[in-house]
Design a binder for this molecule. Structure first.
Ligand SMILES: Cc1ncc(COP(=O)(O)O)c(C=O)c1O
Length: 565
């Protein structure tokens, strides 16, 4: 039985915004947040409830348990169409725009912490009654936030706050010159990117996060995962908790082989699939194997992922840059470079977003077969294609020349640390040996849960939902860029989790990213991903930001652009 957590319960009385009383109550951490306050809320509709997890205290007793306090006044409710819930005053709503106004009020309250994650919002009927608007107005406002992933409906239990944007405001510019304290843990865009550049960027406070590389994490299918994990645990034998095959558990390798055949055109025996902790570990294993054969360099796309380049450099590999144009990697330049191995993101190039076209694929086949060249295919966010089915993997054309790798980081969550690697047959044994020495194999439970999710169709359902959501977010971001930053050129296919903008102008995009961060928006400067000099630009992730937030972020980037020019 998990330990109980202590929550602070605060009532906001109907006479004003002040918290008038605070009690503590013990709840099991697994309870759908929080049953008791929800009941209280039902009992006294004029009250809002905040539930704030707090540090565990001594066990509940008469002294620290919930104690009835003086009842808040119910009789002095305003005659106006308002409610104590967030002190909403409908007279402030624009004519004909009450739903939009209400959704903005809710969004603001989620962002500034008045409605913490887990809070139940009032039933639509109750709120509509109090605001004296039709129920449809409230339903529409809730629908918009559900669509954004900020609210979630849990059937009869009600509608709950599911996710909040990062709310910490950017520190004032003066504070950032300090080298101590939290302000020091902030990206210094003026310096060349160091090993911890992405850690620092993640830690940099910002109201709006438009960095690329993550799907909508608020959409993680927690319920489906829990149900699948319960089924898995019911069926596990004691021996299953022991050490296993370093390639991964057999049912998951089979599920991955089926999944890749169905979705990526990769036809492979399950025995050839090696489960890894992500594309990052695949890079580690492949470079280890190839360096044992004397490899000293891997050609990379330019622009191409700074993270991948840093990873290869950490292995002391040189990374000669191969230019990318509208057709993808320039294979003629690859040939001219004399490199024997190239790392590629052909399905949706990072960061330009171009798809390796048919002509280039044929050139690549000729290059690999003619020279014995090897390709490290990073199937980066390939499942996210919004205008047509994803292009098949290059591995399907060149199984003897391609190390193929992908992961669930862009479909479910990077935190799971689960991916796969398929090596050309002659490298299979060496890759399995490298994986064995790396960690004896991935954790078993997540593999089995993913087997369930893939087999039951749950993962495909999740992906379909994500595609619809990401597509709307991409459209909203493009619309905002066209309106607010008309000078920006937008690049990339309707795919993936990010887009890139460039400017026909000469300024440092690191200055733009720094100015945007000052205004509370986190982005990546395009120059981070270039080895050769190039036009300034930004890489913008749209998948994790609700449309209204992304649009506001673009507005602030436009402001940042005015400031630096
Ligand atoms: C181009 C590219 N490849 C691979 C990765 C790492 O992916 P994984 O989480 O599967 O290790 C990243 C990280 O965002 C990336 O940008």
């Amino acid at each position: 039985m998990p330990a109980a957590a202590v929550y602070r319960i605060a009532w906001v009385v109907n006479s004003g915004a002040e918290v008038s009383t605070c009690d503590t109550l013990t709840l099991a951490p697994t309870s759908v947040i929080p049953i008791a306050p929800a009941a209280m809320f039902r009992a006294r509709p004029p009250f809002a409830v905040c539930v704030v997890p707090t540090v565990p205290t001594s066990p509940l007793s008469r002294d620290n348990g919930p104690v009835p306090r003086s009842k808040p006044e119910l009789s002095d409710r305003s005659k106006d169409a308002g409610t104590d819930f967030l002190q909403l005053d409908v007279s402030r709503a624009p004519q004909g725009g009450v739903s939009g106004w209400l959704s903005e009020q809710l969004r603001a309250a989620i962002a500034d912490g008045r409605l913490p994650v887990g809070t139940r919002v009032p039933p639509g009927r109750v709120l509509a009654d109090e605001l004296r608007v039709s129920r449809g107005v409230v339903t529409e406002a809730y629908r918009r936030l559900i669509e954004d992933g900020q609210l979630v409906g849990r059937g009869r239990s009600g509608t709950f706050v599911a996710a909040a944007p990062v709310t910490a405001p950017a520190p004032p510019a003066s504070a950032r010159t300090s080298t101590t304290g939290p302000a020091a843990a902030r990206t210094d865009f003026a310096a060349p990117p160091a090993h911890d550049v992405f850690d620092l960027l993640r830690a940099s406070p910002a109201r709006i996060d438009l960095t690329p590389g993550v799907p909508d994490l608020a959409a993680f299918p927690r319920g489906a995962w829990l149900r699948a994990e319960r089924r898995v645990l019911d069926d596990l034998e004691p021996a299953d908790f022991g050490y296993g095959d370093p390639r991964g558990v057999a049912p998951f390798r089979r599920a991955v082989a089926d999944w890749l055949a169905r979705t990526r055109g990769v036809r492979i025996e399950p025995g050839r699939v090696v489960i890894v902790t992500g594309v990052a570990q695949a890079l580690e294993l492949v470079t280890r194997v190839l360096m044992d054969d004397g490899l000293a360099e891997i050609a990379v796309e330019d622009p191409g992922s700074l993270g991948v380049r840093q990873h290869l450099a950490s292995r002391r590999l040189r990374t000669p840059p191969i230019p990318v144009d509208d057709g993808g990697l320039r294979v003629d330049a690859l040939r001219a470079s004399g490199a024997s191995v190239v790392a590629l993101t052909p399905a949706h190039q990072f960061p330009t977003g171009v798809v390796l076209d048919g002509g280039r694929r044929r050139e690549l086949v000729t290059w690999a077969e003619g020279t014995g060249g090897l390709i490290l295919e990073d199937d980066y966010d390939a499942e996210h294609r919004y205008d047509r089915p994803p292009v098949p993997a290059v591995q399907a054309l060149l199984p003897d020349h391609v190390f193929y790798t992908g992961s669930v980081s862009k479909t479910l969550a990077p935190a799971l640390r689960v991916g796969w690697l398929i090596a050309p047959p002659r490298y299979q044994d060496a890759v399995v040996i490298a994986k064995r020495y790396a960690d004896l194999g991935n954790a078993v439970l997540p593999q089995l849960v993913l087997t369930e999710l893939m087999g039951s169709g749950e993962l495909e359902r999740h992906l379909r939902m994500l595609r619809r959501r990401h597509r709307r977010r991409r459209d909203a971001m493009i619309e905002a860029i066209r309106t607010r930053i008309p000078a920006a050129r937008i690049h990339g296919a309707a795919a993936g989790l990010h887009l890139t903008i460039t400017f026909d102008a000469s300024f440092r995009d690191t200055d733009l990213a720094a100015a945007a961060l000052d205004l509370g928006v986190k982005t990546q400067p395009l120059s981070w991903h270039y080895q050769a000099p190039a036009a300034p630009g930004l890489v913008l992730g749209y998948a994790a930001a609700p449309p209204s937030e992304a649009a506001h972020g673009i507005e602030l980037i436009a402001e940042a652009l005015r400031q630096i020019r």
